[in-house]
Design a protein around this ligand. Structure first.
Ligand SMILES: Nc1ncnc2c1ncn2[C@@H]1O[C@H](COP(=O)(O)OP(=O)(O)O)[C@@H](O)[C@H]1O
Ligand SMILES: O=P(O)(O)OC[C@H]1O[C@](O)(COP(=O)(O)O)[C@@H](O)[C@@H]1O
Ligand SMILES: [Mg+2]
Length: 442
């Protein structure tokens, strides 16, 4: 990591001049094991060797601004209007975040207006301006019991100039963008137009991804719910594969570039014998290839279960030209079906005609309501986002980093992707739990 302290400083619109509703509560607070003072910072690194390697004084070590309420805020709460938008793929907990933002802004800051934009960035365009909804406590009362997002979502590019026009027309001071890497890139285009026009509008990101592929954040919200859902499907194919002769269970799970869902779901119920993820390439043929390993497993145990992340082994698939979705994300080939075909073919050839159960739970793992753990996480992120916005932070994302809520510059979260490290301890745990080899063939 070549990060310097200056790369981690977040932008502010200006000095905070208004009293915060939390001023009294904060008056006596100091940093403790359970609280980081607003003037204190959280270290990025957590190992002695890395800190020593940096070779700089402690106050020059890479660190992050603590999230949370401030004694003074930038926006005059009574005169403030905010907007909320949810973009990209669904994720458990979106409604919890929306609800948390609305409750915090209403009950503590008493802001003037809270607007919800419908269906992602499309909702900020001229064409959809009339679909904007005003949000209050009543509108968000029990939305956390449902999956999805009450605001809707979408993929696809929109003109940032037109979107900023909408913010100006509605008098929005703070825009909360709940979205993934694409949404944060879109949010940065908004801040650049806002800067060009000299406007006083803050843009705060709340990172969303069930793939858990955003960097500088501990597991992202909704991830735990999603992989817990996924375990149910693994358990089903396990039962099915046990009951059949030469039973083969295959579950394909979401994870475009990162195999976190596959790893965690597999570790959770420990029924998987093989986990295939995008980060660890594999070959099918040859003595150490997947097919021979699967065959060996079936010979020894009479059945086998494979968990495969959708982005795994894409290089094995013959695809006619690469296509992308409306947001520019690469469309993937179906590795699950390909494995099903290849395994069936191979086991039939070696006289172990299989019964294959293939499940692709797809949207069933991301469209559900958040579990209790994720709901807590969501509401705390929502609070942090509101405090950041009211304090005039902009182009800033609120994240939980090593269990502390902090602010990071938006550019960092789009800079690279969080992936399972084949040399890291998570993959080691997967190998330990499944008993699969560290690699498959040359
Ligand atoms: N480079 C970009 N510049 C501007 N907007 C972008 C960019 N990438 C994605 N977006 C927009 O952000 C929204 C969400 O992006 P998408 O990739 O679908 O989901 P996610 O935010 O979950 O990664 C879409 O409306 C998309 O057009
Ligand atoms: O069918 P859709 O909506 O494009 O979603 C599929 C993709 O969405 C994901 O859940 C990720 O979504 P985001 O890019 O919005 O984070 C992937 O796991 C999956 O490949
Ligand atoms: Mg994305």
């Amino acid at each position: 990591m070549t990060l310097e302290l200056d790369d981690l400083r977040v932008r502010s619109l200006g000095d905070c001049r208004y009293d915060s509703p939390f001023a009294e509560m904060l008056a006596t607070k100091r940093t403790s094991p359970h609280y980081v003072h607003e003037d204190d910072r959280v270290l990025v690194d957590d190992t002695v060797s890395v800190l020593l390697e940096r070779g700089v004084p402690i106050d020059q070590l890479p660190s992050l601004e603590a999230a949370g309420p401030r004694r003074k805020v930038y926006f005059d709460p009574d005169a403030t209007s905010v907007g909320i938008v949810t973009c990209g793929g669904l994720c458990p907990g979106l409604n919890d975040v929306i609800r948390g933002i609305v409750q915090e802004l209403t009950e503590h800051y008493h802001v003037a207006h809270i607007y919800g934009f419908r269906n992602g960035y499309a909702g900020l365009t001229r064409k959809h301006r009339e679909r904007v909804v005003e949000l209050d406590l009543h509108a968000v009362r029990d939305i956390n019991n449902d999956g999805g997002t009450i605001l809707g979502s979408s993929r696809g590019d929109q003109d940032p100039g037109e979107m900023v026009d909408t913010l100006v027309e509605l008098g929005i001071d703070v825009l909360f963008v709940i979205g993934g890497d694409g949404s944060m890139r879109g949010a940065m285009k908004l801040t650049s137009v806002i800067d060009e026009r000299g406007l006083d509008i803050a843009v705060i990101g709340i990172p969303k991804t069930i793939d858990n592929d955003l960097p500088y954040t501990d597991q992202s919200f909704g991830f735990q719910t999603a992989f817990a859902q996924a375990t149910e499907f693994i358990a089903s194919v396990f039962v099915e594969s046990q009951a059949a002769e030469n039973g083969v269970g295959i579950v394909k799970l979401m994870g475009r570039h990162s195999g976190f869902i596959a790893c965690y779901a597999a570790l959770s119920n420990n029924d998987a014998d093989f986990v295939l993820i995008p980060e660890v390439p594999f070959v099918l043929d040859g003595p150490d290839g997947v097919l021979r390993r699967v065959e060996d497993h079936v010979r020894r145990h009479g059945q086998v279960v494979l968990v495969v992340a959708e982005g795994a082994g894409q290089e094995l698939l013959e695809q006619e030209g690469q296509t992308t979705d409306a947001s520019g994300n690469t469309k993937l080939g179906d590795i699950g079906l390909y494995l099903k075909e290849k395994i069936t073919e191979h086991l039939t050839e070696v006289d172990l005609p299989p019964t294959v159960r293939y499940l692709d739970p797809s949207y069933a793992i991301r469209s559900v309501a958040a579990n209790a753990y994720d709901s807590v996480y969501c509401v705390r992120l929502a609070h942090a986002a509101v405090h950041a916005g009211m304090a005039g932070r902009t182009e800033t994302v609120v994240v939980r980093w090593r269990r502390r809520f902090v602010h990071i510059p938006m550019a960092l979260i789009t800079g690279h992707r969080n992936q399972v490290d084949p040399d890291g301890d998570l993959w080691m745990s997967v190998i330990e739990a499944t008993g699969q080899p560290a690699t498959f063939g040359a």
